[in-house]
Design a protein around this ligand. Structure first.
Ligand SMILES: NC(=O)c1ccc[n+]([C@@H]2O[C@H](COP(=O)([O-])OP(=O)(O)OC[C@H]3O[C@@H](n4cnc5c(N)ncnc54)[C@H](OP(=O)(O)O)[C@@H]3O)[C@@H](O)[C@H]2O)c1
Length: 259
């Protein structure tokens, strides 16, 4: 199989949650590969700093301040992208939140926000991207950044509805794949699940425990996930990586942070 990013050169990619961690690394790598990348998140200053860092690359980063818990913000972002950058070819649904609380005494508004960012925003962004791809006859690619917590509920304290949202993301990916088949669309959908990655999402208390477990550097980093995205995108048009899980070789640290 010949892997190549050539067909995406100069095309438009949308990356949600591009202000930190995995999303920032994916956005950076896509810009290095020559794409026009629309970066969606709330922390505009972070994305502007990234855009500045990437000014000499083949592609370009376009920061768009977006609160993904607000449909109007998402719709405005997609409108701007279509009017200013051109047809959307790639959507990376990366943004998510994981709040520390329990199911037995958690807060409803907090749960609502997690549901809106982790599930509803993906549905809205995907609908908008697919509409644009269909209108422009683009055989694009959608990638949901998921978690190993979307395959098995982790035995960690206070994850509350996070694993439920990630199970949902996997179901959304499969439902979308089946819809594409029934509509005879050649758009690809990939569910890319990651193990622990050293990002702001991981609470400092857990990070400290994790880092104590490793004599050598073993926790995967955001750049490793960005490379996995490039691999998935580089496959020939008829080859679809439906599921991909990327995790550290050594996840023995799990036992240290369980209940
Ligand atoms: N880190 C891990 O170990 C791990 C493991 C499994 C899966 N994942 C998945 O990887 C993806 C990226 O997570 P990460 O680890 O890179 O976490 P992160 O560094 O905390 O990044 C989360 C991103 O989501 C954005 N976001 C959150 N709420 C938002 C909102 N209302 N509107 C717009 N953007 C919002 C944040 O941007 P703003 O705050 O600027 O809005 C940020 O850019 C997530 O889907 C996560 O579930 C991570």
């Amino acid at each position: 199989m010949v892997l190549s990013m050539d067909r995406w050169m100069g095309k438009v990619a949308v990356v949600t949650g591009a202000s930190s961690g995995i999303g920032a690394a994916i956005a950076e790598t896509l810009v290095e590969q020559g794409l026009k990348v629309a970066a969606l998140a709330r922390r505009l200053d972070r994305m502007e700093a990234l855009a500045q860092k990437l000014t000499n690359q083949k592609g370009k980063l376009y920061p768009i301040k977006t609160d993904l818990s607000k449909e109007e913000d998402i719709l405005n972002a997609f409108k701007w992208i279509k009017e200013n950058l051109g047809p959307i070819h790639i959507l990376i649904n990366n943004a998510a939140v994981c709040e520390s609380a329990t199911l037995v005494d958690g807060d409803t508004e907090m749960w609502r926000n997690v549901l809106e960012v982790n599930i509803l925003a993906i549905c809205i962004a995907t609908r908008e991207a697919v509409r644009d791809m269909r209108a422009n006859n683009v055989d694009g690619h959608i990638i949901h950044i998921n978690s190993i917590g979307g395959h098995q509920v982790p035995n960690f304290p206070k994850v509350n509805i996070y694993p439920a949202t990630k199970f949902s993301v996997r179901a959304l990916a499969e439902t979308l794949r089946l819809e594409f088949i029934s509509l005879k669309l050649k758009i690809k959908i990939t569910n890319l699940s990651t193990g622990f990655v050293d990002t702001e999402m991981i609470p400092e208390t857990i990070k400290i425990k994790l880092k104590q477990c490793f004599e050598e550097k073993q926790i995967i980093e955001s750049e490793n996930i960005a490379d996995a995205v490039i691999y998935v995108l580089s496959t020939p048009p008829h080859v679809q990586i439906q599921e991909l899980t990327v995790r550290s070789v050594d996840e023995s640290f799990f036992k240290l942070i369980c209940y």
